[in-house]
Design a protein around this ligand. Structure first.
Ligand code: RIB
Length: 308
C-alpha cells in the first residue's frame, strides 16, 4: 500500500530570477532570466511525497486567481488530492520572489497571501483525512496556530508528525517540541534553540538538545556539510551527497518529504535520513521548486552513484 501522507502548508507561485550574484542593499543588477514556477514549501513537499510513492492529500489555501488555478492544476497533475485546498475570495495567492545566484544559492521573499488565511476551520474540515493518514507533514509558512491544531489531531489519533520548521518562527512554542520528527536547517536550528550553530560538532550538540526537549528524531541539515540526525541523544553525521549545485530552492522540502515516505514505509529512521539526503541533493542539482522534486528512481540512482 502507498503511504498515506497529509501535507498541511503553503502554496506559492515562485517568481524566479537568475542573477550572477544577489544584489547588495541599494544596488541594481540585471538578471539573465525570469520564470514563474509552482512552489511553496507545503506544495513542494506534497509533490515530492507523491513522486516518491505517497498517496498525498494537500491541506492549504490559494487565492481565487490565475496563480491559484495554476498551483492547483499542478498538484492535480501530480495525482495529489486537492479537495482540502480552499480558494479564498478577495485574497491573492501566495507568491515568492526567488533570486538564484550562479552558484545555486538563493534568497527568497514570501508574500503569504491566501496562505495566511489557513485556519482552524480548514483543519476541522481535514480532521478525518489527518486521522486516516500514516503521517502528517508540516512546515511553518502558514499560521502556527493552524499547524498546532493539526498536530493535536494527529497526535490524538497516533499519526506520526514530521515538522520542517521553515521559516523559523521568532518564538518556537513549546508544544511544537511534541512532534516526532523535527528537521530544521542550520539557521532554523540556531533560531529555535537560541544557539549559534556553526560546525558539525555544534549541530550534534543541538540535535541531542532537541531530543532532550522532546523531539524523538532531530535532524539538522547543513547544506554541503551534510546532515546530523539524533535519537536518544546519540547524534550521527551523514556526509553530503556529491552533486553540482544548480539551485538549492526546495532542497529542504524534498528532504522532508523523502524522509517521511521512507520512514513510514520502512520504519528505519536513520536509513530514511540517508534517503532524504539524496533526495535533497537531487533537488539542489535541478532548477526550480516543484520541477526539481525527485522520483524514487532519481534518489536510488544518486545513492547508487555514491557507491561507485
Ligand atoms: O522551500 C522553497 C520554497 O520556499 C519556495 O518554493 C518558495 O515558494 C518558498 O516558499
Amino acid at each position: 500500500a502507498k503511504p498515506r501522507i497529509a501535507v498541511l502548508g503553503s502554496m506559492n507561485m515562485d517568481l524566479v530570477v537568475q542573477c550572477p550574484d544577489l544584489p547588495r542593499p541599494g544596488e541594481t543588477i540585471t538578471a539573465s532570466s525570469f520564470t514563474e514556477i509552482s512552489g511553496g514549501k507545503g506544495a513542494n513537499q506534497a509533490v515530492a511525497a507523491a513522486r516518491l510513492g505517497g498517496d498525498v492529500s494537500m491541506i492549504g489555501r490559494v487565492g481565487d486567481d490565475a496563480f491559484g488555478r495554476q498551483l492547483l492544476g499542478n498538484l492535480n497533475r501530480e495525482g495529489i488530492d486537492t479537495s482540502l485546498v480552499r480558494a479564498t475570495d478577495r485574497c491573492p495567492s501566495g507568491i515568492a520572489i526567488v533570486a538564484v545566484e550562479q552558484c545555486g544559492e538563493n534568497s527568497i521573499i514570501v508574500v503569504p497571501g491566501a496562505n495566511g488565511r489557513l485556519d482552524k476551520q480548514d483543519v476541522s474540515l481535514a480532521a478525518e483525512r489527518i486521522r486516516a493518514s500514516d503521517a502528517l507533514l508540516l512546515q511553518l509558512e502558514t499560521p502556527i496556530n493552524t499547524a498546532l491544531a493539526a498536530i493535536n489531531i494527529a497526535r490524538e489519533a497516533g499519526v506520526r508528525v514530521i515538522l520542517d520548521p521553515a521559516p523559523a518562527p521568532t518564538f518556537f512554542p513549546p508544544e511544537l517540541f511534541a512532534v516526532d520528527v523535527l528537521c530544521p536547517n542550520q539557521s532554523e536550528a540556531s533560531a529555535i534553540l537560541g544557539w549559534n550553530i556553526q560546525s558539525v560538532c555544534d549541530a550534534k550538540d543541538a540535535a541531542a538538545e532537541l531530543n532532550r526537549r522532546g523531539i524523538t528524531c532531530a535532524i539538522i541539515t547543513l547544506g554541503d556539510r551534510g546532515t546530523v540526525a539524533s535519537e536518544n541523544e546519540r547524534p550521527l553525521w551523514f556526509e553530503p551527497v556529491a552533486i553540482k549545485p544548480i539551485d538549492t530552492t526546495a532542497a529542504g522540502d524534498a528532504f522532508a518529504a523523502a524522509f517521511t515516505i521512507h520512514w513510514v514505509k520502512h520504519e528505519l529512521s536513520m536509513e530514511a535520513v540517508r534517503y532524504a539526503c539524496a533526495a535533497g541533493a537531487f533537488a539542489a542539482s535541478r532548477a526550480g521548486a516543484q520541477p526539481a522534486m525527485p522520483r524514487r528512481e532519481d534518489v536510488l540512482d544518486l545513492l547508487e552513484s555514491e557507491k561507485e
